[in-house]
Design a binder for this molecule. Structure first.
Ligand code: ADP
Ligand code: MG
Length: 137
Protein backbone atom coordinates (compact mmCIF):
# COMPACT_ATOMS: atom_id res chain seq x y z
CA UNK A 1 0.00 0.00 0.00
CA UNK A 2 1.28 3.46 -0.90
CA UNK A 3 0.14 6.66 0.78
CA UNK A 4 0.22 10.23 -0.48
CA UNK A 5 -0.98 13.48 0.99
CA UNK A 6 -1.39 15.91 -1.87
CA UNK A 7 -2.97 19.22 -2.80
CA UNK A 8 -4.43 19.89 -6.25
CA UNK A 9 -1.09 21.38 -7.31
CA UNK A 10 0.77 18.11 -6.89
CA UNK A 11 -1.96 15.55 -7.57
CA UNK A 12 0.11 14.43 -10.58
CA UNK A 13 2.31 12.47 -8.16
CA UNK A 14 -0.40 9.91 -7.46
CA UNK A 15 -1.71 10.11 -11.05
CA UNK A 16 1.74 9.20 -12.34
CA UNK A 17 2.08 6.32 -9.88
CA UNK A 18 -1.24 4.76 -10.84
CA UNK A 19 -0.77 5.34 -14.58
CA UNK A 20 2.76 3.91 -14.63
CA UNK A 21 2.03 0.80 -12.57
CA UNK A 22 -1.35 -0.04 -14.01
CA UNK A 23 -2.49 0.08 -17.65
CA UNK A 24 -5.09 -2.65 -17.81
CA UNK A 25 -7.82 -3.35 -15.34
CA UNK A 26 -10.10 -1.76 -12.82
CA UNK A 27 -9.28 1.10 -10.47
CA UNK A 28 -11.80 1.26 -7.65
CA UNK A 29 -12.14 4.73 -6.18
CA UNK A 30 -13.52 4.98 -2.67
CA UNK A 31 -14.15 8.05 -0.58
CA UNK A 32 -16.95 10.30 0.60
CA UNK A 33 -18.80 12.67 -1.66
CA UNK A 34 -16.45 15.49 -2.72
CA UNK A 35 -13.35 13.63 -1.51
CA UNK A 36 -11.85 13.89 -4.99
CA UNK A 37 -12.61 10.71 -6.95
CA UNK A 38 -13.58 12.40 -10.23
CA UNK A 39 -10.65 14.82 -9.86
CA UNK A 40 -8.23 11.90 -9.68
CA UNK A 41 -9.66 10.40 -12.89
CA UNK A 42 -9.22 13.82 -14.47
CA UNK A 43 -5.57 13.96 -13.36
CA UNK A 44 -4.79 10.47 -14.66
CA UNK A 45 -6.50 11.08 -18.01
CA UNK A 46 -4.49 14.31 -18.35
CA UNK A 47 -1.31 12.48 -17.33
CA UNK A 48 -1.95 9.98 -20.14
CA UNK A 49 -2.05 12.87 -22.60
CA UNK A 50 -5.73 12.43 -23.38
CA UNK A 51 -7.25 15.83 -24.04
CA UNK A 52 -10.85 14.94 -23.31
CA UNK A 53 -13.09 16.46 -20.69
CA UNK A 54 -13.62 14.24 -17.67
CA UNK A 55 -16.95 14.68 -15.94
CA UNK A 56 -18.78 12.64 -13.35
CA UNK A 57 -20.74 9.79 -14.97
CA UNK A 58 -23.48 10.16 -12.36
CA UNK A 59 -26.38 9.79 -14.77
CA UNK A 60 -24.85 7.64 -17.46
CA UNK A 61 -23.52 4.12 -17.24
CA UNK A 62 -20.14 4.87 -18.73
CA UNK A 63 -17.95 7.69 -19.97
CA UNK A 64 -15.16 6.72 -22.38
CA UNK A 65 -12.06 8.79 -23.08
CA UNK A 66 -9.99 8.08 -26.20
CA UNK A 67 -11.51 4.60 -26.25
CA UNK A 68 -9.00 3.31 -23.68
CA UNK A 69 -10.10 4.89 -20.41
CA UNK A 70 -13.56 4.10 -19.07
CA UNK A 71 -15.28 5.77 -16.16
CA UNK A 72 -18.26 4.57 -14.13
CA UNK A 73 -20.12 5.71 -11.06
CA UNK A 74 -22.13 2.96 -9.44
CA UNK A 75 -23.60 5.05 -6.62
CA UNK A 76 -26.92 5.72 -8.32
CA UNK A 77 -27.33 2.46 -10.19
CA UNK A 78 -26.06 -0.05 -7.64
CA UNK A 79 -23.74 -2.98 -8.26
CA UNK A 80 -26.50 -5.49 -9.07
CA UNK A 81 -27.93 -3.24 -11.76
CA UNK A 82 -24.49 -2.79 -13.29
CA UNK A 83 -23.79 -6.51 -13.33
CA UNK A 84 -27.23 -7.30 -14.75
CA UNK A 85 -26.35 -5.05 -17.70
CA UNK A 86 -23.28 -7.13 -18.50
CA UNK A 87 -20.71 -4.82 -16.94
CA UNK A 88 -18.32 -7.63 -16.13
CA UNK A 89 -17.69 -8.22 -19.84
CA UNK A 90 -17.24 -4.51 -20.38
CA UNK A 91 -14.63 -4.41 -17.60
CA UNK A 92 -12.63 -7.11 -19.38
CA UNK A 93 -12.06 -4.74 -22.31
CA UNK A 94 -8.47 -3.59 -22.66
CA UNK A 95 -7.84 -0.29 -20.95
CA UNK A 96 -8.22 1.46 -17.64
CA UNK A 97 -11.60 1.29 -15.97
CA UNK A 98 -12.31 3.71 -13.13
CA UNK A 99 -15.23 2.89 -10.87
CA UNK A 100 -16.37 5.50 -8.39
CA UNK A 101 -18.06 4.05 -5.30
CA UNK A 102 -16.87 0.47 -5.77
CA UNK A 103 -16.84 -1.58 -2.57
CA UNK A 104 -15.20 -4.73 -1.17
CA UNK A 105 -17.87 -6.93 -2.74
CA UNK A 106 -16.88 -5.59 -6.16
CA UNK A 107 -13.18 -6.12 -5.43
CA UNK A 108 -13.87 -9.80 -4.60
CA UNK A 109 -16.09 -10.24 -7.62
CA UNK A 110 -13.44 -8.83 -9.98
CA UNK A 111 -10.67 -10.90 -8.46
CA UNK A 112 -12.77 -14.03 -8.84
CA UNK A 113 -13.20 -13.11 -12.51
CA UNK A 114 -9.38 -12.75 -12.78
CA UNK A 115 -9.61 -9.05 -13.59
CA UNK A 116 -6.71 -6.91 -12.33
CA UNK A 117 -7.86 -4.53 -9.68
CA UNK A 118 -6.40 -1.76 -7.56
CA UNK A 119 -8.13 0.39 -4.99
CA UNK A 120 -7.55 4.04 -4.21
CA UNK A 121 -9.07 5.28 -0.95
CA UNK A 122 -9.34 9.04 -0.75
CA UNK A 123 -9.76 10.98 2.46
CA UNK A 124 -10.27 14.68 2.90
CA UNK A 125 -7.53 15.96 5.24
CA UNK A 126 -8.40 19.66 4.84
CA UNK A 127 -9.92 21.90 2.17
CA UNK A 128 -6.56 21.93 0.40
CA UNK A 129 -5.34 18.37 0.92
CA UNK A 130 -6.39 14.80 0.32
CA UNK A 131 -4.88 11.51 1.45
CA UNK A 132 -4.62 8.79 -1.23
CA UNK A 133 -4.03 5.15 -0.24
CA UNK A 134 -3.19 3.04 -3.27
CA UNK A 135 -3.43 -0.73 -2.94
CA UNK A 136 -2.49 -3.20 -5.66
CA UNK A 137 -3.70 -6.76 -5.08
N1 ADP B 1 -5.94 16.66 -3.83
C1 ADP B 1 -6.85 17.62 -3.70
N2 ADP B 1 -6.56 18.71 -2.97
C2 ADP B 1 -7.49 19.70 -2.80
N3 ADP B 1 -8.73 19.69 -3.32
C3 ADP B 1 -9.08 18.62 -4.07
C4 ADP B 1 -8.15 17.53 -4.30
N4 ADP B 1 -8.80 16.62 -5.08
C5 ADP B 1 -10.03 17.11 -5.31
N5 ADP B 1 -10.22 18.30 -4.72
C6 ADP B 1 -11.44 19.13 -4.75
O1 ADP B 1 -12.51 18.42 -4.11
C7 ADP B 1 -13.77 18.76 -4.70
C8 ADP B 1 -14.57 17.52 -5.00
O2 ADP B 1 -13.89 16.75 -5.97
P1 ADP B 1 -14.59 15.60 -6.84
O3 ADP B 1 -13.48 15.00 -7.62
O4 ADP B 1 -15.76 16.13 -7.58
O5 ADP B 1 -15.11 14.60 -5.70
P2 ADP B 1 -15.92 13.22 -5.81
O6 ADP B 1 -15.85 12.73 -7.23
O7 ADP B 1 -15.24 12.31 -4.83
O8 ADP B 1 -17.32 13.53 -5.35
C9 ADP B 1 -13.44 19.61 -5.93
O9 ADP B 1 -13.68 20.95 -5.63
C10 ADP B 1 -11.95 19.36 -6.16
O10 ADP B 1 -11.30 20.45 -6.75
MG1 MG C 1 -17.39 12.05 -8.52
Amino acid sequence: MKRYILSLDNIDEVAKDVASRFQNGVVILRGDLASGKTTLVKAIVAHLGIEEDVTSPTFSLQHAYADRVFHYDIYNHGLEHFMALGMLEELEREGLHFIEWGDDALVSLLREACINVITVDIKKISDEKREYSVCIY
